[in-house]
Write a protein that binds this ligand. Structure first.
Ligand code: 5GP
Length: 190
C-alpha cells in the first residue's frame, strides 16, 4: 500500500535495526484518515473471505481493525493482554510472549464474543516473531471458530513471523513489508 509506505518513510523512526516507531500515526497518535484507507484496503483484500467478525489485539490493532470491520459491516472483537490467568468459564486465554517488551501475557477474550462457526479475520498492527498473531489464531480455534484471514499493517519481513504463520497453515497479508532497516534507511520488499 503506497500511501502507508510513504508515511512510514516520512514519519517512521527506526530505534534499532529491529524496532520501528510509528507512534505519530499508528501506535500513540492515530491518523484517522490513514486508518480509514487501511480499513478499506483490508476490506478489499478480504472481501471474499466470508468473515463474520474481525478480531484484534489491544491496543494498537484496534484502529485498523475497527475501520476494517466498519467497511465489512461486521463486529470487531478486542483480544486483551491480561497478565494473570483468571479462572472463569466465560474467558478463553492463551499465553503469548512479547519479544519487544520481554514479557509474557495471557491473550484473553470472552467466549460469548466469538461463536463456534464464526469466521474471524485477525487484524494487527505489526508482525514480527508471530507470537501475537499465533496467539490470536489459538483463541479463535479454541472458541470453535475458523480463521478467515490474517491482515497485518506493517510486517518486519526479516523476522520469523510470516514463516511461523505459514508453517501453522495461515497466509498472512501485510500492507507494508519491510525487508531491512537501520537508523538511516527503511527498505520495503517488492
Ligand atoms: P510478534 O508477536 O509478531 O513478535 O510482535 C507483534 C506485536 O509486537 C505487535 O502487536 C506490536 O504491538 C509489537 N511490535 C513488534 N515489533 C514492533 C515494532 O517494530 N514496532 C512497534 N511499534 N511494535 C512492534
Amino acid at each position: 500500500m503506497q500511501l502507508l509506505k510513504k508515511r512510514i518513510l516520512t514519519d517512521g523512526k527506526t530505534i534499532s535495526s529491529e524496532v520501528l516507531l510509528v507512534d505519530s500515526f499508528l501506535n500513540h497518535q492515530v491518523d484517522p484518515q490513514l486508518m480509514r484507507e487501511i480499513g478499506e484496503e483490508f476490506a478489499r483484500i478480504f472481501k471474499d473471505a466470508k468473515a463474520t467478525r474481525v478480531a484484534t489485539i489491544e491496543s494498537s490493532g484496534i484502529s485498523p481493525a475497527l475501520m476494517t470491520a466498519m467497511k465489512l459491516g461486521i463486529p470487531m472483537v478486542v483480544m486483551k493482554k491480561s497478565t494473570s490467568t483468571i479462572l472463569s468459564e466465560e474467558l478463553i486465554q492463551t499465553p503469548v510472549h512479547s519479544y519487544t517488551k520481554g514479557t509474557n501475557y495471557q491473550l484473553t477474550t470472552k467466549r460469548r464474543f466469538i461463536d463456534p462457526g464464526d469466521r474471524v479475520l485477525i487484524i494487527d498492527d505489526f508482525l514480527a516473531n508471530g507470537e501475537a498473531a499465533l496467539g490470536a489464531t489459538r483463541l479463535v480455534q479454541r472458541a470453535g471458530a475458523q480463521v478467515a484471514g490474517i491482515g497485518i499493517v506493517i510486517e518486519k519481513a526479516f523476522q520469523p513471523g510470516r514463516k511461523r504463520l505459514i508453517d501453522a497453515g495461515f497466509k498472512p497479508v501485510s500492507l507494508a513489508a519491510i525487508a531491512r532497516m537501520d537508523q538511516d534507511e527503511i527498505e520495503f520488499e517488492e
